[in-house]
Design a protein around this ligand. Structure first.
Ligand code: SF4
Length: 369
């Protein structure tokens, strides 16, 4: 695939109108093309038979519908998680995860190839940073998962009954996205926000921004920008340590954006937007899972619109820490409740296929095609 081709999944609907009217075609045809991209699943441009022939020819010559080929697909033993290794057009690869549990389906989407943030327990951080994804590459992951869901339900309608008892929902669509895959989304701000705008277009995928969660390691300027721009997505902040020293030992990015500045940005976000923040806390046995740690988190977040998500560490080859799988999570939750802070313990899913939080990574030398 030539990189000079225009990736249609990187265009907003307004961009698409500009493109096609520039070719001397009407906006009506742009609207039909948009529907083909997001609501139908045509094989290629030649199958878009409601478009004029000269438009199809122009598209063949100058554009791509940018779907990312599957280099490898793995399913977890519990049946709840599927992981896709998707090929980019420059030989890099990314991972995208489809999760089906707790009554809903969610896509975990990547925003970069690798990551520059270097969190010690994260397989993506252990890879290092290669490049940002384009908006089109981010959108294409969501479109991929949406198509998987539609085909899965078409093949096995009983699956639709699980998630949606109503007969009106037999054709399952993707409704929830977490930007928690490979990469730090606020390090790739413009592409991520453009992708969200495209995915939330009501004439296409029609996602609600409130069902898209952006997870950041604490890129303070990005949080301020989200506040200033009144972004409607849900915000999750990876905390992992409740003092600057403890946090910086696990999250090197904390040296660039210290805990005080991060908490100021979080408080400004919650008060300006009147929105809750989800704080992620990876539970590592003997490191940050004790009562003192829980009290420190409680004191730090008390009075904020906040919820704490506790995530027992998922194994990666580059980090020797051990997950807290005893009663630590429950005790942690009880202490947080004493500070008026709601919390959850994330279910451990997809661990056997390396699809859990912090496990996504691609061996760049691996040829899995
Ligand atoms: S946890 Fe997130 S921010 Fe940290 S290295 Fe992994 S992908 Fe990057």
């Amino acid at each position: 695939m030539s990189s000079t081709l225009i990736n249609l999944y990187g265009l907003t609907r307004a961009d698409l109108v500009v493109l096609t009217t520039g070719w001397g075609l009407s906006a009506v045809h742009a609207a039909r093309l948009w529907k083909y991209l997001y609501l139908d699943t045509p094989r290629d441009f030649s199958a878009m038979d409601e478009l004029p022939a000269r438009m199809r020819e122009r598209l063949e010559a100058e554009a791509t519908a940018g779907m990312l080929p599957i280099a490898r697909e793995t399913h977890s033993g519990d049946g709840f998680t599927r992981k896709y290794l998707l090929a980019l057009n420059d030989a890099h690869r990314i991972e995208t995860v489809l999760m089906r549990y707790t009554g809903r389906t969610t896509a975990c989407i990547s925003s970069q190839v690798g990551c520059a943030m270097g969190c010690v327990f994260c397989a993506t951080g252990q890879m290092g940073y290669t490049r940002h994804l384009t908006a089109g590459e981010i959108v294409a992951q969501a479109v991929h998962v949406d198509r998987v869901l539609r085909h899965t339900v078409a093949e096995n309608p009983a699956l639709a009954e699980v998630d949606h008892p109503s007969p009106h929902h037999r054709h399952e669509r993707l409704r929830n996205i977490v930007l928690m895959g490979m990469g730090e989304p606020l390090h790739n701000y413009d592409a991520v926000m453009k992708a969200v705008e495209i995915l939330c277009d009501g004439a296409g995928m029609g996602l609600s921004a409130k069902k898209i969660t952006l997870s950041t390691v604490g890129v303070v300027p990005g949080i301020h920008r989200m506040t200033d721009e009144k972004r409607q997505m849900r915000l999750a902040v990876s905390l992992h340590g409740a003092t600057q020293a403890a946090r910086a030992a696990l999250v090197p990015a904390a040296r660039a954006w210290p805990l005080d500045a991060l908490m100021d940005a979080c408080r400004r976000y919650t008060t300006t937007l009147d929105r809750r923040i989800f704080f992620e806390w990876t539970l590592i046995e003997g490191k940050n899972d004790g009562p003192d740690d829980a009290h420190a988190v409680g004191a730090l977040l008390q009075g904020m619109q906040a919820q704490v998500n506790l995530i027992p560490l998922n194994p990666t080859s580059g980090y020797a820490g051990v997950p807290s799988l005893g009663g630590q999570a429950k005790r942690f939750q009880e202490i947080l409740a004493g500070y008026g802070l709601p919390s959850t313990v994330r279910q451990r899913r997809g661990i056997d296929i390396g699809a859990g939080c912090g496990q996504l990574a691609v061996a760049e030398t691996t040829n899995t095609g």
